[in-house]
Design a binder for this molecule. Structure first.
Ligand code: SF4
Ligand code: SF4
Length: 163
């Protein structure tokens, strides 16, 4: 996995133009079976990808935290939400709460998440490849393929399945 992650930004940069063109076309005319195809591609990819050997999302980007996430996680730590925010979060340029630093504070040396059961919604859903109307998050996906090897493979498969 280390070698795959090392190569990924370069591979994603090489595919960027092609991917951008593909998503522009997809947005213009999304196929009727897109949700179905994405579900299938997502499931197939995550059957062979072990996130515990990777954790690149947790190491390099980190999620945004909604107010509901903050309430749930601070309750888990038996902390007041304001104290949790002060200790772990900052407000980014889009006015969202994000981690003060990456790799994520809650990531263990074994790539396990220490708050797995209460982790932010954005972590549960990353890389969002099984969400409905996938064409609506193409800009985000264009970035995620440089971070997430599974997202990279899914987009490559999409281009074969939906030429
Ligand atoms: S979601 Fe993607 S980046 Fe995150 S651990 Fe799994 S394969 Fe790696
Ligand atoms: S909260 Fe857990 S899943 Fe989310 S970035 Fe941190 S370690 Fe990863």
């Amino acid at each position: 996995m280390d070698e795959i992650l090392r190569q990924l930004p370069k591979k994603a940069a090489e595919k960027h133009k092609e991917n951008k063109k593909f998503f522009t076309k997809l947005k213009r005319k999304p196929p009727k079976n897109l949700d179905y195809v994405m579900q299938e591609l997502h499931e197939t990819e995550f059957e062979r990808t072990d996130c515990l050997t990777c954790a690149n999302c947790c190491k390099t980007t980190g999620p945004l935290f909604t107010n509901i996430d903050i309430e749930r996680i601070s309750k888990f730590f038996r902390m007041k939400p304001q104290k949790f925010i002060a200790q772990f979060l900052r407000v980014d340029e889009d006015n969202d709460y994000v981690l003060q630093e990456v790799p994520c504070t809650f990531l263990g040396d074994d790539n396990r998440c220490s708050i797995y059961d209460v982790r932010p919604k954005a972590c549960r859903e990353f890389p969002h490849t099984d969400r409905k109307k996938f064409q609506q998050i193409s800009n985000l996906t264009l970035k995620n393929v440089a971070i997430c090897p599974a997202a990279f493979n899914i987009v490559e498969e999409m281009k074969k399945r939906l030429p």
